[in-house]
Design a protein around this ligand. Structure first.
Ligand code: FNR
Length: 183
């Protein structure tokens, strides 16, 4: 069966390297992996348990139903201030109580122009995803340093080693999906 994967970039920036990378990854994926891009991070209200009611904010309901309908999630994110960008963390905070990440195979990619590859955001994101019981296979993670040197002006990947790493990451995500009951 075809797998439906929700792709999320943790950067709201128009010329984001992470968003470009996310699209390049989608372009490298095998046909059985079908991607939908979630662009709503910037429209979510700040997480407030008082708003987390039956008829909660529409943007939150939309995020939850799109996650529920997805077989897997792909996250590409920068690191800001040694952590996960607030807008991405905010989205995940909305999911703690509703549980759409439980048993959801999730690929975690951080990319940074620095030599560190966003390692602090990466570690922090793994902690949060672990808390909400996402399935993060070791192979389905990438920390990409020097991202600005690895994309061309059109946002295409110009680094062969990165292409190979992405293909291996996608294969790991695919097997994590197939390992789920009914997939
Ligand atoms: C950054 N950047 C950054 N990079 C990093 O590796 N660790 C960090 O803690 C931070 N902190 C940070 C704070 C602020 C305010 C800005 C503007 C930038 C650099 C960041 O990785 C770089 O701008 C990326 O290009 C952002 O990702 P996108 O938008 O290109 O996907």
């Amino acid at each position: 069966d075809t797998l439906n994967i929700l792709a999320v970039s943790g950067s709201l920036r128009e010329k984001s390297s992470n968003t470009a990378l996310m699209h390049a990854i989608i372009g490298l994926a095998p046909e059985e992996m079908r991607f939908e891009v979630y662009r709503g991070l910037g429209d979510l209200p700040h997480f407030n348990p008082d708003l987390d009611t039956e008829a909660g904010p529409a943007a939150v309901t939309e995020l939850r139903s799109r996650l529920a309908a997805a077989d897997a999630v792909l996250i590409c994110t920068p690191e800001y201030g040694n952590g996960v960008p607030g807008s991405l963390k905010n989205a995940l905070d909305w999911i703690v109580s509703s549980g759409e990440f439980v048993n959801k195979p999730t690929a975690v990619i951080t990319a940074s122009p620095t030599p560190m590859g966003g390692d602090k955001a990466h570690a922090s994101l793994l902690l949060t995803l672990g808390m909400i019981n996402a399935v993060v296979d070791d192979g389905a993670t990438l920390m990409i340093p020097h991202i600005s040197l690895k994309l061309d002006r059109e946002g295409r990947i110009k680094d062969d080693a990165l292409v190979r790493d992405i293909e291996a990451m996608l294969a790991a995500l695919l097997s994590a999906c197939r390992a789920q009951p009914s997939k």
